[in-house]
Design a protein around this ligand. Structure first.
Ligand code: AMP
Length: 191
């Protein structure tokens, strides 16, 4: 199985590059942000809880997020047979430890962590642009700044966590979608 964590700040291109990976490698894509947005659209209790955190640019509590991920993994066992792209999860050390346990229980592990590296100013521009194009409610300047702060405080320590495990592979996330995709493909094909 090829289990890829696609890692990076908000606006670094995780979703865009995940879409290309699904096409090219037949992997199952789990975007925790998409799962939450789908719950908000459907008006579920989870969606109501999640919306408050998301619009404030904060993270959903770990216990809740870990349960959601386990449910998605179990509900899509067959589709995920070749492997999974984890997009937006883990976002904390506790989530990374839980992912390690969950995958071990299912007889597998994280194969590689691809870190998309993009300068802060470009991240803000991309987020605001996406907000203009999609109307995504957390893609405003104020929330983007908060999300970047949360990323630096809670999520970026995962880079060292995965470096220590020999799993982190940083990729320059600028220079055009196809160029970034080519860098990622080169890394995966060499695994
Ligand atoms: P994303 O679409 O990955 O940018 O996620 C949008 C928002 O959903 C984040 O700003 C968080 O509020 C929430 N979220 C998504 N994934 C997670 C996660 N793994 N842990 C906590 N909150 C999350």
């Amino acid at each position: 199985m090829l289990n890829i964590v696609i890692f990076g700040a908000p606006g670094s291109g995780k979703g865009t590059q995940s879409d290309i990976l699904i096409e090219n490698y037949g992997l199952y894509h789990i975007s925790t942000g998409d799962v939450l947005r789908d719950n908000i659209r459907r008006g579920t209790a989870l969606g109501a809880t999640a919306k408050g955190y998301m619009d404030a640019g904060r993270l959903i509590p770990d216990e809740l997020m870990i349960d959601i991920l386990a449910d998605v993994l179990d509900a899509n066992r067959d589709a995920a047979a070749k492997g999974v792209i984890f997009d937006g999860f883990p976002r904390t050390i506790a989530q990374a430890e839980a992912l390690e346990r969950m995958l071990a229980e299912r007889g597998t592990a994280v194969t590689t962590v691809i870190g998309l590296e993009v300068e802060e100013q470009e991240l803000i521009e991309r987020i605001l642009n996406r907000g203009r194009l999609t109307g995504r409610s957390d893609d405003t300047l104020e929330t983007a700044r908060k999300r970047l702060e949360v990323y630096h405080n809670q999520t970026s320590p995962l880079r060292d966590y995965y470096k220590e495990r020999g799993l982190y592979h940083g990729i320059e996330g600028t220079g055009g979608i196809d160029a970034v995709a080519a860098r990622i493909a080169e890394h995966i094909d060499a695994l």
